[in-house]
Design a protein around this ligand. Structure first.
Ligand SMILES: *[C@@H]1O[C@H](CO)[C@@H](O)[C@H](O)[C@H]1NC(C)=O
Ligand SMILES: *[C@@H]1O[C@H](CO)[C@@H](O)[C@H](O)[C@H]1NC(C)=O
Length: 257
């Protein structure tokens, strides 16, 4: 056995070797993010920026409701509901209250173009985590939406919540045919899904169902196997009429389609 001593030649070699390893660890730590391994454990954690806010207030900041409108849309009705603070009306031309302006006259035949328009615009919404596409004859329960946000916040997968079905389109084999898409009355998704959406997705034989086209952008850009498809709860979503306890409200006095 060799006694441990600073004067012993082998100990000096050992100290030099340890010194070189230690220095290279520090020099490469930024690149390899060794410190990241300790994220969430103590003083290295960055403080929560909104720690004075409630969970609901924090979630509220991360929600955008994408709301395509036309001349028959009653924006005032929606501004009188909980949706008002989150509404991103998608308009053909600039008008008060519009947040997304497509600069193109749309008809029922060109709703797909409006879908491409808001899909492209959403790529600039990096400060939002959750998006809802809502039809202008639909309504959704507030607490249900906040529960969904709470449950899916921080998910590392693209999340796509709706009532999904497969689109049959024999004329568009390989692009739209068989695509899994969410019903347009309500679909909700996260920023991870927006990031991977293929907004240059193409297919033939227009017009096609605009919600299926959104599903096409998802399949083409994100890949169905990578997406967390979540079934919505239809008891919390109303379409064309609102019926609950002693209320019965028709949501589409003028039906668009
Ligand atoms: C529509 O035009 C306005 C004003 O020029 C512009 O700010 C906006 O980005 C345009 N929208 C799209 C989708 O190109
Ligand atoms: C949220 O998650 C909880 C616990 O898993 C579950 O019981 C609840 O149904 C979920 N709510 C929604 C709206 O997804």
């Amino acid at each position: 056995m060799v006694a441990f001593s600073f004067t012993h030649p082998r100990s000096v070699v050992l100290f030099i070797v340890l010194g070189i390893i230690g220095t290279s660890f520090i020099l490469t730590s930024e690149h390899h993010n060794y410190w990241g391994a300790f994220d969430g454990a103590g003083p290295l954690e960055t403080p929560e920026p909104d720690s004075s806010l409630t969970i609901d207030q924090r979630l509220a900041k991360k929600l955008a409701i994408i709301f395509p409108v036309n001349q028959n849309t009653d924006m005032q009705f929606y501004r009188n509901t909980w949706l008002r603070d989150y509404l991103y009306p998608v308009c053909d031309w600039s008008e008060p209250g519009c947040k997304i302006v497509c600069n193109k006259t749309s008809t029922y035949q060109t709703l797909e173009e409006k879908t491409f328009c808001f899909a492209r615009e959403m790529k600039n919404f990096a400060d939002k985590e959750f998006f809802i596409k809502l039809d202008d004859d639909s309504f959704v329960d507030r607490d249900y939406v906040f529960d969904l946000m709470f449950n899916h916040t921080g998910s590392n997968k693209p999340v796509y919540i709706s009532d999904h079905t497969r689109f049959g389109d024999g004329a568009n084999k390989g692009t739209l045919d068989g695509v899994l898409y969410g019903n347009g009355k309500f679909y909700m998704f996260n920023w991870n899904l927006v990031k991977c959406l293929d907004v240059d997705f193409t297919y033939e034989h227009h017009p096609r169902n605009e919600d299926a086209v959104f599903g096409g952008m998802v399949r083409s850009g994100c890949g169905e196997k990578n997406v967390n498809f979540v079934q919505e709860n239809d008891d919390k979503i109303w379409h064309k009429e609102y019926k609950n306890k002693n209320k019965y409200i028709k949501l589409n006095y003028i039906s668009n389609h």
